[in-house]
Design a binder for this molecule. Structure first.
Ligand code: DAH
Length: 345
């Protein structure tokens, strides 16, 4: 029958088009043409109204069979095209992880952290424990326990960022001393506490509203100023070199008695006097002293039995002197040209 031949002919043509489709888009075009109501294939259906009996049945069956065949071919082709396209995409997007990066911008370890690690290493080698205190402190720990009562003028030198009337960002790491003594409950103490401090300072080449300190505290029986001196000399010579002169000057801190300030000979002029050391030959590096009896007492240590020494050293200050950094702000800016110089190999 002529009509059945027409179905076969059309089907063969569509199958060929399906097979020739080179992309999902091309296949979609074929599908749209094949499925649309007005397509030549569906147009054949209009013949059914002129048929009767067996011929009608045979025609209907042939159309269904052809349609099924076409649908299956379409599905198979869709699948294989999809796989091909994924494979192509994967191949074009593959990354050769062995290729060297074209523009690698490596910084280095910030000198702040290099120095912190080095200070910790030196004190750990002398048997110190490393402790941490909270950045948000109470007025009580930051000042009262450090022998700075509310009417004390030393408070003004350490003005801070208050969070409430009684809590503030700590102005120094010294309150960690009180926390540790509370924790040790009258037992000997030998700790350092590295951490951040905050002061309402105007930022300039040597000041920042946020900076690092390492606090040190030793409390035991028979601790003397000689122990403090030997410890800090050893620390400073390891940090700045064996040839460094270390000088102790009498000073004042509310939480130590006696108090000292410690200087090292100027790295620029070696003690002769130059602009770097403002003509004095020495550069101030840290504050220290023998723990005030009242501080020991408030922390539950009997000052008749126990004594101790404490010190506080500014981390940026050590970094600046050690590496000749002229502006503290460079430490915080994350400029890779600056950081690159500290690439620890
Ligand atoms: N807390 C002092 C400051 O921030 C530094 C300091 C001085 C700490 C003497 C001490 C010390 O432990 O004994 O200026």
């Amino acid at each position: 029958m002529e009509l059945l031949d027409k179905i076969t002919e059309l089907k063969t043509k569509i199958l060929e088009e399906i097979n020739n489709a080179k992309s999902s888009q091309e296949l979609k075009n074929v599908t749209d043409t094949f499925l649309s109501k007005k397509s030549a294939f569906n147009g054949l259906m209009s013949n059914i109204k002129d048929l009767v009996g067996d011929a009608k049945i045979a025609f209907g069956q042939a159309m269904n069979k052809a349609r099924n065949e076409l649908n299956e071919a379409l599905k198979a082709k869709q699948e294989s095209l999809r796989e091909e396209e994924i494979a192509k995409k994967l191949a074009s997007e593959s990354i050769d992880i062995t290729l060297p990066a074209s523009n690698e911008q490596m910084g280095g370890i910030n000198p702040f952290h290099l120095i912190t690690d080095e200070i910790i290493d030196i004190f750990v080698s002398m048997g110190y424990e490393v402790k941490e205190g909270p950045d948000v402190e109470t007025d009580y720990f930051n000042f009262e326990r450090m022998n700075i009562p509310s009417n004390h003028p030393a408070r003004e030198m350490q003005d801070s960022f208050y969070i409430t009337n009684t809590t503030l960002l700590r102005t120094h790491t010294s309150p960690a001393q009180a926390h540790v003594m509370d924790e040790k409950k009258g037992q000997p103490v030998k700790i350092i506490c590295p951490g951040k401090c905050y002061r309402r300072d105007d930022d300039d080449v040597t000041h920042s509203h946020q900076f690092g300190q390492v606090e040190g505290l030793v409390v035991d029986k028979n601790i003397s100023l000689a122990n403090l001196k030997a410890t800090l000399e050893l620390f400073l010579r390891r940090m700045f070199g064996e040839k460094r002169e270390v000088r102790f000057r009498g000073s004042y801190f509310p939480f130590t008695e006696p108090s000292v300030e410690v200087d090292i000979s100027c790295m620029n002029c070696h003690g002769k006097g130059c602009p770097t050391c403002k003509g004095t030959g020495y550069i101030e590096i840290l504050g220290a002293g023998m723990v005030h009896p009242h501080v020991l007492e408030m922390s539950g240590y009997d000052p008749k039995e126990y004594s101790g020494f404490a010190f506080g050293v500014g981390i940026e200050r050590v970094a600046m002197l050690r590496y000749g950094i002229d502006d503290i702000r460079r430490i915080y800016q994350g400029d890779t040209r600056f950081l690159k110089q500290f690439n620890r190999k």
